[in-house]
Design a protein around this ligand. Sequence first.
Ligand SMILES: *Cc1c(COP(=O)(O)O)cnc(C)c1O
Length: 364
Amino acid sequence: MKFNDALENIKTYEAGKPIELVVREYGIDKDSIVKLASNENPFGCSPKVKEAVRAIVDNMALYPDDSMVKLKTALAEKYAIQSNELIIGAGSDQVIEFAIHAKVHSGSKVLMNSVTFAMYEIYAKQVGAQIIRTASREHNMEEFYALYQEHKPSIVFLCTPNNPTGDGLLASEMIDFIAKVDSDTLVIVDGAYMEYARFKNPSYAVEPKDLVSKFSNVLFLGTFSKAYGLGGMRVGYGIAQASIIEALYKVRPPFNITTLSLEAASVALDDEGFVQTCIADNFSQMARYEEFAHAKGITVIESYTNFVTLSLPEEKNSTKIAQDLLKKGMIVRDLSSYGLNAIRVTIGTSIQNDRFFELTDPLL
Ligand SMILES: *Cc1c(COP(=O)(O)O)cnc(C)c1O
């Protein structure tokens, strides 16, 4: 069958392997598998969230509150913004999709970093856009600006801290760049790991309110999937001036967030203490990865996130190492599809990290 031509050069997104698949493929006992592949919070979510979700499991017959008033009110308060400056998506992924569909058409250009989150390209190609990438591995605002001037893209993606490399961009550099961009170019600032950056060094974190009060062409993205430990609930959000949010609403399907997910995310915002404790643990465990890599003579990219990217020496092949680890029940992310001979490892609990060091030590 013939499909939309635009699909021909799209590579299907490869998600981190789920535990269920490793059980089936390798016959490994479910409980001995460690998944450090998708940057989830190893401690899960606040116990208050579980309690709240349990309390409403009888409410599944009715459609959810499509105005999402509880979650929007909580987010508006957290960020000191208005409810009409917010849109909620089934993951921030869905907000990326809304933005592409609202702004981009066949022949439009979309500018992004050389190595960055794979979904930007996938959504942009779905509508026939042309992808423009910088050359440097880390976000370089001079390069971005030169390419911006040359191509006048419809959308510029800035992913900071960046996935899958973990490096961050100074908020001041980002803001200087945005100030030079024409107001008809939408700048999407993907802050999926912003909570981690804010903890490690606030100069690398941006306040959505500062972006939205200054710029009419910026969309900030946040998610509950990483620091808030709710990857399975699929909730993310976009923050922008009301005129952008109104456009995104036109491409949003109704009832895109379930009742249980709305409740989980709302209550998660009530327990910031839990999240901050997890983030503090993340960085103390990250120091162990840095030591491990140092002892092995491996380069670690300085990370402002909940994962580390280990750049391997040429004689060690990342695909093979990830495969060898998989056979032992350790799921990490091979970055060869991003053109890097590197593996990305989510920081786990200290026990999970012990296991990583134990299994990886003989391989490196
Ligand atoms: C995880 C991630 C997202 C999206 O996560 P959702 O689960 O869809 O909210 C977006 N951007 C980056 C860079 C990510 O790593």
